[in-house]
Ligand binder design. Structure first.
Ligand code: DX5
Ligand code: ZN
Length: 222
C-alpha cells in the first residue's frame, strides 16, 4: 500500500481564516489540504475557484488536493495549474464525451504540471475506472463515500467494496476516500485498502484536530 495521506477538507473550515487554518492543519500533521471546488451545477452547492486557490498558495507550500465537483472540468485545467493546484481530481460523471475525452483530459492535466485524480460518485460502478487504470493514466482515484456536495454527511459503507476491488487489483494505486470519514468509520476505509483519507467535519469540528489526524493515520498505518 502507498504511504498514508491525511487530507483535512477545508470545506469545513472558517473560509474567512483559510490561510491560518491551512497552516494550523499542516502543523497538526496534515499531509495534504483537500480543496472542494463546487460550481452549483454538477452539485447543488457553490464554494470556491482558482482565485481562492491562488491566494491560498501564497500562504502555504502545502500539497493542494483539489477536488473538482464541476461540469466541464476541462475548462478549468489551465486556471487551476496557474493558481498552484497540486492535484486536479475530476469526476468521471462530468465528462460527457466518453473515454477519449477522459484520456485527453488526464493528458491535459499532466501537461499543465499537475497530478491527476479520477473520481466517482457512490452510484457510479467502479468498473468505469478500469480502462484508465489499466492504461496507468491517473495518479490517484477518489472513491466518494457520500454524495458529493456537502460536508457532514453519513459515511456510506457499501462504497468500500469499490476500494477493496481496486486495492486487490492495483496494490500501488493511490486510493483516496472522501465523505463521512471519522474515527468511528476509519477502520472500514483502512480495512478496504484506502491510503488517502479526506476528513472535513471530523477534523475541524473536533476540540483537538491534531488528535483526530493522529487517530486516522494510526488506523490506516496499522
Ligand atoms: C463532499 C466533499 C468532501 C467533504 C467531506 O462533497 O467532497 O470533501 O468536505 O466532509 P466530511 O468529512 O464532513 O464528510
Ligand atoms: Zn472532496
Amino acid at each position: 500500500r502507498p504511504p498514508t495521506i491525511i487530507a483535512p477538507s477545508l470545506l469545513s473550515c472558517d473560509f474567512g481564516r483559510l490561510a491560518e487554518e491551512s497552516k494550523r492543519m499542516v502543523e497538526l500533521g496534515a499531509d495534504w489540504l483537500h480543496v472542494d471546488v463546487m460550481d452549483g451545477h454538477f452539485v447543488p452547492n457553490l464554494t470556491l475557484g482558482p482565485p481562492i486557490v491562488q491566494s491560498l498558495r501564497r500562504h502555504t507550500p502545502a500539497f493542494l488536493d483539489c477536488h473538482l465537483m464541476v461540469a466541464q472540468p476541462a475548462r478549468w485545467v489551465a486556471d487551476f495549474a496557474a493558481a498552484g493546484a497540486s492535484m486536479f481530481t475530476f469526476h468521471l460523471e462530468a465528462v460527457e464525451c466518453g473515454q477519449a475525452a477522459v484520456r485527453q483530459l488526464i493528458g491535459a492535466v499532466h501537461a499543465a504540471g499537475m497530478l491527476c485524480g479520477l473520481t466517482i460518485k457512490p452510484g457510479t460502478p467502479v468498473e468505469q475506472l478500469l480502462p484508465y487504470l489499466e492504461a496507468g493514466l491517473p495518479d490517484m482515484v477518489l472513491i466518494m463515500s457520500v454524495e458529493p456536495g456537502f460536508g457532514g454527511q453519513a459515511f456510506q459503507p457499501s462504497t468500500m467494496d469499490k476500494v477493496r476491488f481496486l486495492r486487490s487489483r492495483f496494490p500501488d494505486l493511490y486510493i483516496e476516500v472522501d465523505g463521512g470519514l471519522a474515527p468511528s468509520t476509519i477502520q472500514q476505509a483502512a480495512d478496504a485498502g484506502a491510503n488517502a483519507i479526506v476528513a472535513g467535519s471530523a477534523v475541524f469540528g473536533a476540540p483537538d484536530p491534531g488528535a483526530v489526524i493522529c487517530q486516522l493515520r494510526g488506523a490506516v498505518d496499522a
